[in-house]
Design a binder for this molecule. Sequence first.
Ligand code: FBP
Length: 263
Amino acid sequence: MLSFEDSPIARDGKVLILAYDHGLEHGPVDFEDVPETMDPETVWDVATHDAVSSLAVQKGVAEAYYPSYEDDVNLLAKLNGTSNLWMGEPDSSVNWSVDYAAEVGADAIGFTMYGGSNNEIEMAEEFRKAQEAAREHDLPVVMWSYPRGQGLKNDKKPGTIAYAARQALELGADIAKVKYPGNPDSMSHAVNAAGPTKVVMSGGSKTSDREFLSTVKDAIDAGAAGLAVGRNVWQRENAAGFLDGLEAVIYEETTVDEALSRI
Ligand code: FBP
């Protein structure tokens, strides 16, 4: 099994996953702030920044663009995903197999798990197939570990986030992508709960430069291995500059003021 440190999606033991599966998960509305981001090429170009250790996309976007970027971008194949048009209990269809993702050139796979959903059992069984196939291809496995569903009132409660991180370890993910639980102590608890599974903070909707960098800094100081972020990067006009700031906070562990000065 490939160790996390040796995997192509890690840089100095840290990760910055740029997420761009929003066209499926949320729809084109997410591209309205910076209309050029409707064109996937704009975000693939952003992903060539040194700070980005992989780009997470769905199958169609990978097929259409990865061949032109294979030398400059590490591909994280987001295997499952659902549109926002779906109104049922949280669920996610598996849209490509690990074998096919490997054929396209994936360096890692990503899989959403909605713990607590009425569909959790089926999702865990689908994850099992993907995780075991990923092991055969030596591809790291990133779980978008998002407890949600009719039984969960608050999906950012510290205990829920720690459970999400632990669920990722128990089911065999190498990296757990979790929502920030609101403070460093709770993030640290989630990191401890995940044991050898690395924990990364999920981005969320766009906030100010300082607020976002401060939260990332808190998460890193609490032991997170990095960040999986979409809107907080490519919904900024100066996405490359903001990545300079994130690079400072994540890989160099600078202060927020120093990171802000790099933007
Ligand atoms: P953001 O940083 O923009 O939140 O992206 C991370 C991500 O997990 C995406 O991969 C995904 O499309 C989106 O968030 C899902 O958001 P949610 O399900 O919370 O609406």
